[in-house]
Design a protein around this ligand. Structure first.
Ligand SMILES: NC(=O)c1ccc[n+]([C@@H]2O[C@H](COP(=O)([O-])OP(=O)(O)OC[C@H]3O[C@@H](n4cnc5c(N)ncnc54)[C@H](OP(=O)(O)O)[C@@H]3O)[C@@H](O)[C@H]2O)c1
Length: 338
């Protein structure tokens, strides 16, 4: 077993994955940028390789000799489509290309997103459903998947599409925890009772490792309709709460007796997105809530089925969503975030 490379190791999910791989005894290389905060990864025992998904030579140094590459580097918020595509499409393209150049190409696990598949219609999304992304972010992640498919004849590749991910160290979902902890209020986008899939980062990491060990790979030619979804997995909790219920579950995890859920109509959601967009531009830092995210928030239910991962990978969830939320609250409290 050679080394394992994790791109995006300095990010939220990357940290969870790197720690778990090290715990298992894998030798882990972490691709970090000059601007990345990699000290903790080094303390944990990972070997840092400086690089960027925009820089082919750094990727060649990082990938050389690796038996598995977990490609997590991506951007979830940006000002322009160009910025999303530069990392979420071209980053995958360069990583896959460098993997293909190796004498013995490593297994490549690409972390995509439910956003690449799009919202659910009358049932949770399954891997074989036709993707219909509704946001620029989702389209850029789908473009990354398509480009990975092109290298599939040379590189054994599996794509995992997580829904919303929460857990220790996450700053995105944390805003929801903070709002409920501080004010007891949970704003709900739109009036329709939309349902959501979510997953704790540690459970996602298990799915990624299983996908590397025994996952179905993308077919060498994925253009035929029957092969749609081959080599793809969703990974999610069994529970699919509405946004109201999610707020209440977080409230309970925080020990609150009551959480006030307040629905906001589409006009308000779009206005909040536009405000986030503007204030992000003024600060020079894209906001968590922006026009693209408002589009996703109003697009319908965001649920997916983890049945294929359960049947094919042996993926299982060690505890309930409520328990995972409680653990996350505990971590935020222990670290002084709440
Ligand atoms: N969080 C979620 O709810 C969620 C849901 C579905 C899918 N995903 C996907 O999961 C992956 C990881 O997400 P996350 O939540 O962990 O995000 P994150 O915390 O923002 O981490 C993103 C990581 O990507 C790295 N990165 C960004 N641009 C890069 C570049 N040009 N070259 C090399 N590395 C670069 C970042 O490095 P720096 O530390 O240097 O910035 C960071 O390590 C992403 O691909 C995302 O699309 C996330």
């Amino acid at each position: 077993m050679g080394d394992v490379l994790v791109t995006g190791a300095s990010g939220f999910i990357g940290h969870h994955l790197t720690r778990r791989l090290l715990q298992r005894g894998d030798r882990v290389r972490a691709l970090v940028r000059v601007v990345s905060r990699g000290e903790r990864l080094k303390d944990d025992g990972a070997v840092l390789v400086q690089g960027d998904v925009a820089d082919l030579d750094s990727l060649r140094r990082a990938v050389s000799g690796a038996s598995v590459v977990y490609h997590l580097a991506g951007i979830t918020k940006a000002f322009t489509a160009r910025q999303y595509y530069a990392v979420n499409r071209r980053g995958v393209s360069r990583v896959a290309r460098v993997c293909a150049e190796q004498q013995s190409p490593p297994v490549l696990i690409v972390v995509s997103s439910l956003a690449a598949a799009g919202p659910a219609k009358d049932r949770p999304r399954e891997e074989s459903d036709e993707p219909r992304p509704v946001s620029i972010y989702g389209r850029s992640k789908r473009a990354g998947e398509r480009v990975a498919e092109r290298y599939a004849a040379q590189v054994p590749t599996t794509i995992v599409r997580p829904p919303m991910v929460f857990g220790e160290r996450d700053v995105g979902f944390f805003e929801m925890f903070k709002a409920i902890a501080v004010s007891g209020v949970h704003p709900v986008p739109g009036f329709a009772p939309r349902t959501y899939s979510v997953i704790h980062a540690d459970d996602l990491v298990e799915a990624l490792m299983l996908a590397a060990d025994r996952g179905e790979r993308l077919p060498a030619d994925a253009r035929t309709a029957e092969l749609q979804g081959t080599g793809y997995y969703f990974a999610a909790c069994d529970e699919q709460p509405t946004y109201y219920q999610l707020g209440r579950l977080i409230g309970t995890a925080l020990g609150r007796r009551r959480t006030l859920t307040i629905p906001f109509g589409p006009v308000v959601v779009r206005a909040v997105g536009a405000f986030g967009e503007l204030s992000g531009r003024l600060r020079g830092q894209p906001a968590v809530m922006n026009c693209d995210k408002a589009r996703e928030a109003l697009a319908g239910s965001w649920t997916c089925s983890a049945e294929k991962a359960k049947q094919g990978l042996g993926f299982h969830l060690p505890c309930s969503l409520s328990e995972r939320l409680r653990q996350t609250v505990q971590w935020y409290r222990d670290e002084g975030w709440l």
